[in-house]
Design a protein around this ligand. Structure first.
Ligand code: PLP
Length: 412
């Protein structure tokens, strides 16, 4: 008899038997309001009928057609359909299976295209757990400690944070860009720097939205020095923040856009988008993976994009996200242990802080557990696990948002 590895530390004791819409059910049919969405994956809710139907149809037709051997229609259709939502100029797609692999694909492409090595990443960023993506990750010691050496050629610089320093947005942006300029002078020359990789909302690092002026400052420096700008939209993409892509809260267009998680409502598929000029710098054979662009996952992704469009889920994310933040701010006003409520669209965090102003992971953990006991599933993130985050499916309605706020209020 075998058992699961203890490395799997489950955040709740729930044994999920089935999912429908915004709800998960355990084996006793106890219902949970799922404000985790499988860590931001089940964008159209659990088992959306159109996604189920598309996947079932594809399973009976062609499960796997390896894309370096044969091409298949679902991947071509998905690519064509992504053309409707990708920023102008980013018209070439390449597919793998997970966020981490797509991050690695973006690093490979950036290094191939520029002939430079250094990737500049931001402190508190999360880009995955593989040895390359993990090398770019600094949110939480657990991804790296005792595991290195990781991929070399990475330099870190601060992400703009207002709450932690008590700064205005302008002050935080000025500081972060000045630090980046200093890094480019002293640590890595621009001539050695292939790319900046940034999350439009710092995710695992604490749900901190990047100010538009910060992304615009990165874009300006990237253009000035011939450095590529990679937007890691693994968590922020496909409508999550109330725009189709998280970077669209600013005026920039990235050179490489990474998408995963919400793209296929739970099926593993991820990809990078870039211009054809940039993509043509990658040589055949240097990118890929056996399962990349799986036909069933591609069909599910295509159905997901249709549902997002037909059910106006991007607008719903903006509307329900605003409602959620408003409700949570009322809860925070009554409970000073929550120092800040912040986020974009349906990517919202509640930061727990001690009276001395230090991150309060212990109270956040208790509130998280108390919410689960009441039937509300949430996640934690942030430097000390002190941010309780809410990332429901994009189909969530006003009643479900109000129910979640009510349960959260009781839990806190
Ligand atoms: N990038 C970001 C911004 C993420 O949030 C994550 C996962 O949470 C990843 C990359 C890694 O994705 P995956 O876990 O699918 O490898």
């Amino acid at each position: 008899m075998a058992e699961l590895s203890p490395v799997l530390q489950q955040a709740t004791p729930v044994l999920a038997a089935r999912g429908q819409g915004v709800y998960l059910y355990d084996e006793d049919e106890r219902r949970y309001l799922d404000f985790t969405a499988g860590i931001g994956v089940t964008s159209t809710g659990h088992c959306h009928p159109r996604v189920v139907e598309a996947a079932q149809r594809q399973v009976g037709t062609l499960i796997h057609g390896q894309y370096t051997t044969v091409m298949h229609r679902p991947l071509l259709q998905l690519t064509e359909r992504l053309g409707d939502v990708l920023p102008a100029g980013l018209d070439r797609m390449f597919y793998v299976n997970s966020g981490s692999e797509a991050v690695e694909a973006s690093v490979r492409l950036a290094r191939q295209a520029t002939g430079r090595q250094t990737i500049v990443a931001f402190q508190g960023g999360f880009h995955g757990r593989t040895m390359g993506a993990g090398a770019l990750t600094t949110s939480g010691v657990k991804v790296r400690a005792g595991i290195g050496p990781m991929m070399p050629g990475v330099a870190f610089t601060p992400f703009p944070e207002t709450y932690r320093h008590g700064w205005s947005e302008a002050e935080a942006v000025r500081f972060a860009l000045a630090e980046l300029d200093q890094l480019l002078l002293t640590v890595t020359s621009p001539k050695d720097t292939a790319a900046f990789i940034v999350e439009p909302v710092l995710g695992e690092g604490g749900y901190i939205p990047a100010p538009a002026a910060f992304l615009e400052g990165l874009r300006e420096r990237a253009d000035r020095h011939g450095i590529l700008l990679i937007a890691d939209e693994v968590q922020t993409g496909v409508g999550r923040t109330g725009k189709f892509w998280g970077h669209q809260h600013s005026a920039i267009t990235p050179d490489i856009l990474i998408t995963a998680k919400g793209l296929a409502s739970g099926f593993p598929i991820s990809g990078i988008a870039a211009s054809s000029a940039l993509m043509s710098k990658a040589w055949p054979g240097s990118q890929g993976g056996t399962y990349g662009g799986n036909a069933v996952a591609a069909a599910a992704a295509l159905a997901t994009l249709d549902v997002v469009r037909d059910e106006n889920l991007v607008d719903n994310a903006a509307e329900q996200g605003a409602r959620l933040q408003e409700g949570l701010r009322k809860v925070a006003a009554e409970h000073p242990v929550i120092g800040e409520v912040r986020g974009r669209g349906l990517m919202v965090g509640n930061e727990f802080t001690t009276p001395e102003g230090t991150p309060d992971g212990a109270t956040a953990a208790r509130a998280h557990a108390a919410a689960a006991e009441r039937g509300l599933l949430l996640l934690t993130c942030g430097p000390a696990g002190n941010v309780v985050r809410m990332i429901p499916p994009l189909i969530v309605d006003s009643q479900q948002v109000d129910d979640a706020v009510g349960l959260w209020s009781e839990a806190v």
